[in-house]
Ligand binder design. Structure first.
Ligand SMILES: O=C(O)CCC(=O)C(=O)O
Ligand SMILES: [Fe+2]
Length: 214
């Protein structure tokens, strides 16, 4: 796949966005069904939900071991669908604290659990902590499509899953709460230097620097 061409082609990106929304709704429906929490209202909220698409480009880095494309974070989404041009996406294995490389599978879409799904499922699904590494020779591209409820819709623990053994363990929050949280807390001090010396070019990264949700 020719990523630069695709990213510059509005029509193609529009088609891609719509196809990913359709896919995300199917996956989110299957997940809520698997949890036994398929209320019509949630389905409706998902249909009316948000999609944030992020195109990332990582130029070659002469010393990749000294830098990162994106620092460790989890996505403030319900699920994220990711397409990568080559490997560089890594997931933290919470059992041994080691980073695992997601192999390059041409044209394959990866589906990642985001913060909202962890909250809804009371931690039965765990939000994926991930990072992007750099390559010495190759430019790498990725397209992340983050799917969540609407801007003001609060995500909380599904009441069907809350019991004595699984008490409410997560604070409910909306995308707007998350943005307010970012506005009030100087997370950029910590995040920006890892990404780029130019703060403005990094501002668009704001929506997915979560790891703070829940
Ligand atoms: O470029 C990647 O592989 C990771 C992208 C990502 O994590 C994000 O956009 O939130
Ligand atoms: Fe991410």
């Amino acid at each position: 796949m020719e990523y630069v061409g695709m990213l510059n082609d509005r029509e193609k990106m529009g088609e891609c966005a719509m196809a990913e929304t359709k896919l995300a709704l199917e996956i989110m429906g299957a997940i809520t069904e698997s949890l036994g929490i398929g209320p019509a209202s949630l389905k409706h909220k998902m249909k009316e939900g948000m999609q944030v698409m992020v195109a990332n480009g990582y130029p070659p880095c002469p010393q990749p071991s000294l830098s990162l494309g994106l620092p460790p974070h989890s996505d403030y989404s319900f699920i994220t669908i990711l397409l990568q041009s080559s490997c560089g996406f890594e997931i933290l294995n919470i059992e041994d604290g080691e980073w695992r490389v997601v192999p390059e599978l041409k044209g394959a879409l990866q589906v990642h659990v985001g913060d909202h799904l962890e909250v809804l499922s009371s931690g039965m699904y765990k939000s994926v902590v991930h990072r992007a590494t750099l390559n010495e020779k190759k430019t790498r591209f990725s397209i992340a499509s983050l799917h969540s409820l609407g801007m003001n819709e609060k995500m909380g623990n599904a009441k069907e899953l809350v019991n004595e053994l699984h008490p409410i363990g997560y604070k409910e929050s909306s995308f707007r709460d998350f943005l307010k949280f970012l506005g009030k807390n100087d997370v950029w001090e910590k995040v920006v230097p890892f990404i780029s010396p130019d703060i403005n070019s990094s501002r668009s990264r704001l929506v997915s620097q979560s790891g703070l949700g829940g």
